[in-house]
Design a binder for this molecule. Structure first.
Ligand code: CP3
Length: 341
C-alpha cells in the first residue's frame, strides 16, 4: 500500500475518501501492561535513549489495536538536555533543576546538533521503520511556548504564571529564547523526517492559557517560523493545541496542514473555522472510562456532528490516561473504522 497512500497521510491533505484514520495521543504508555513490563526493567529516561526498546514500545499499541499511525517514543523535554538543562522525572512528573530566568541563562543554553546530540531518538526512528515500514510514523517535539513553560517554571504547573509573567516582564529575553528554540526545533524535526518519520506534530500543551494577542506573538509567529523551515520537505505538519477554541481565527492561516483539537472544543466548529486544513481529534480521554455503549455513543456523537470526513483524523482530545480500559480503546477504534468504509 505504501505510507503515501495511507488513510492517515491522505487525510492530512484533505483527500481521504476511504476509512477514517485514528491514532491516540500517548498511545505507547502506562495504560498498556506490556509497556509497564518494559518499565520494570528500564527507567523512562533510559528508555528514551534505547533505540531498540523505543521501537518495541512504539510497536506495542500497533500490535494490539488497528491504529493508522505510530508516534516516536520520546519526550518533549528530551531535547533540552543537550542544551545544558538538567531534566529528570523524579515522581513521574518532569523537573528541571536549573531553570532559566535571565538573559545570561538563555545565552548559556547550548545550540544543539540533533544528529549528534539526539542520535538515540533518530536511531529509534530508524528501528521503528524496520519493524513498521508501512505505518505512517509521526515525529514530534514541544512548541516553543510549551518548552518555555517548563524551562522557566522548572516543573509542571496548573497555571504556569511564572512563564506568562516572564513574557511581559522580559519580552526581549523571551524573544531571544523563542528564536533559539525555534531554530533548534526546526533542525530537530528536520532530522526526524530525514531519519524516516513521515510527518511531524508540535505539542502546544500550554498555549491555551495565553491571551489572544499573546497567542499570536508567542505561538503563531514561532510555529510559522518552524513549519516554514520545513516546507521544502513536503510532509504534513500538525500543530496540536490544548484549548484551541479561542484561537481558531489565528490558526486558519497557519503554515500547517493539520490542527489537533482538544476535547473542550466542538470538532465541527473547528472544522468549519479551518476550511483548508485537516483536523485531528477530539474525544475526551475520560470517556474511555465509561461503559462500552457510552464509548460508542460519544464517539458517534462527534462523527455524526461533522460534514466532511475527507480531512478528519480521529484522536483523543488529549493524551490517553493511565488505567484506561483496553476494551474501550478497541471499541473506539472499531467505531471510527466502521463509520465509513
Ligand atoms: O505515545 C506517545 O504519545 C509518545 C510519547 C510521548 C511522551 N511524552 C512520553 C512520556 C509524548 C508525545 C510526550 C509529550 C509530552 N511530554 C507533552 C505534550 C503532550 C501533552 O500531554 O500535552 C508534555 C507536556 C510532556 C512533559 C511530560 N513528560 C510530563 C508532564 C510527564 C509526566 C506526566 C505524564 O503525563 O506522564 C512526562 C513523562 C512521560 N512522557 C511519560 C511518558 C510515557 C511517563 C513516564 C513513565 O512513567 O513511563
Amino acid at each position: 500500500m505504501g505510507v503515501a497512500n495511507s488513510s492517515f497521510i491522505k487525510a492530512c491533505y484533505g483527500r481521504n475518501s476511504g476509512k477514517i484514520p485514528i491514532w491516540i495521543m500517548r498511545q505507547a504508555g502506562r495504560y498498556l501492561p506490556e509497556y509497564l513490563k518494559v518499565r520494570e526493567e528500564v527507567s523512562f529516561q533510559q528508555l528514551c535513549r534505547s533505540p531498540k526498546i523505543i521501537a518495541e514500545v512504539v510497536d506495542q499499541p500497533i500490535r494490539r489495536f488497528d491504529l493508522d499511525a505510530a508516534i516516536l517514543f520520546s519526550d518533549i523535554l528530551t531535547m533540552l538536555e543537550p542544551m545544558g538543562l538538567d531534566v529528570s522525572f523524579p515522581d513521574g512528573g518532569p523537573k528541571i533543576s536549573n531553570p532559566i530566568s535571565t538573559i545570561d541563562d538563555v545565552r548559556r543554553m547550548r545550540p544543539i546538533n540533533p544528529v549528534k546530540d539526539l542520535s538515540f531518538a533518530l536511531d529509534g526512528i530508524r528501528e521503528i521503520k524496520k519493524i513498521l515500514p508501512d505505518v505512517p510514523l509521526i515525529g514530534f517535539a514541544g512548541s516553543p511556548f510549551t518548552l518555555a513553560c517548563y524551562l522557566i517554571e522548572g516543573q509542571g504547573s496548573k497555571t504556569f504564571n511564572s512563564a506568562k509573567k516572564f513574557l511581559h516582564q522580559s519580552p526581549d529575553v523571551a524573544e531571544e529564547l523563542f528564536d533559539f528554540l525555534a531554530d533548534a526545533l526546526a533542525a530537530y524535526l528536520r532530522t526526524q523526517i530525514e531519519a524516516g518519520a513521515e510527518t511531524v506534530q508540535l505539542f502546544e500543551s500550554w498555549g491555551g492559557i495565553l491571551s489572544h494577542d499573546d497567542f499570536a506573538r508567542w505561538v503563531i509567529k514561532p510555529v510559522n517560523k518552524i513549519f516554514g523551515k520545513l516546507s521544502d520537505l513536503k510532509i504534513p505538519r500538525i500543530l496540536f493545541v490544548n484549548n484551541v477554541a479561542p484561537y481558531l481565527d489565528l490558526l486558519k492561516d497557519l503554515d500547517s496542514e493539520v490542527i489537533g483539537v482538544d476535547y473542550r472544543t466542538k470538532l465541527n466548529q473547528a472544522m468549519t473555522a479551518l476550511p483548508n486544513k485537516a483536523v485531528q481529534g477530539n474525544l475526551d480521554p475520560t470517556v474511555l472510562f465509561g461503559t462500552p455503549e457510552h464509548v460508542k455513543e460519544k464517539t458517534l456523537q462527534i462523527l455524526d456532528s461533522l460534514e466532511n470526513y475527507d480531512r478528519l483524523i480521529f484522536n483523543l482530545g488529549h493524551g490517553i490516561l493511565p488505567e484506561t480500559p483496553l476494551e474501550s480503546v478497541k471499541i473506539l477504534v472499531d467505531t471510527v473504522h466502521n463509520y465509513r468504509n
